[in-house]
Write a protein that binds this ligand. Structure first.
Ligand SMILES: NC(=O)NC1=NC(=O)NC1=O
Length: 165
């Protein structure tokens, strides 16, 4: 869908496009209500602004949609295909990488009680692993803003992709 179509679409269709980008009802409503946007940049700026800050409940709700890094999302939903596309740079073929990611994800979930989230697009497996190791050393207070920023980056990337094809 292009920007013009997004601006003119019924609210229901706008919401359907926004939900796979970031499943935070407040965010979806804010952007839907702010239409029409004069440019894609204006839309993305609004999307970035509306995704900061998140409430803890919004963060948890949105995180539940993201498969683990290294686990290919299954299914044909827009969300699953975007996740697969984003994770395409994380090499799944190397068994050592897959094992290191699985171990890192487990340690992260044990420590923070939720999935390790990172904007995977444009990142190699090594970059993801390095970030994972570094963030494992964070306190929950240090980690919270990092997670929010990754969620924001993924949302804006997905939104931009959804409006330029
Ligand atoms: N656990 C994750 O970080 N998942 C993901 N990161 C992305 O960029 N896309 C995902 O599905």
């Amino acid at each position: 869908m292009l920007l013009e179509q997004f601006n003119a679409a019924p609210a229901r269709e706008a919401r359907e496009l926004l939900k796979p980008c970031l499943d935070v009802p407040r965010w979806i409503e804010e952007i839907t209500a702010a239409r029409p946007f004069a440019s894609l940049d204006a839309l993305l700026a609004t999307a970035r602004g509306a995704a900061d800050p998140f409430t803890p409940a919004e963060l948890e709700g949105a995180l539940s949609h993201h498969p683990r890094i290294g686990e290919k999302a299954s299914g044909k939903s827009a969300e699953a295909s975007m996740s697969r596309n984003e994770q395409s740079g994380v090499d799944q073929r190397d068994p050592e990488t897959v094992a290191a990611l699985a171990e890192g994800n487990r340690a992260y979930e044990e420590k923070f009680g939720r999935v390790f989230l990172i904007r995977a697009a444009g990142r190699s497996a090594n970059e993801v692993l390095t970030a994972l190791q570094e963030r494992l050393g964070h306190t929950p207070e240090q980690e919270e803003p990092v997670v929010a920023e990754q969620l924001r980056e993924i949302a804006v990337l997905r939104l931009e992709q959804s409006l330029t094809r």
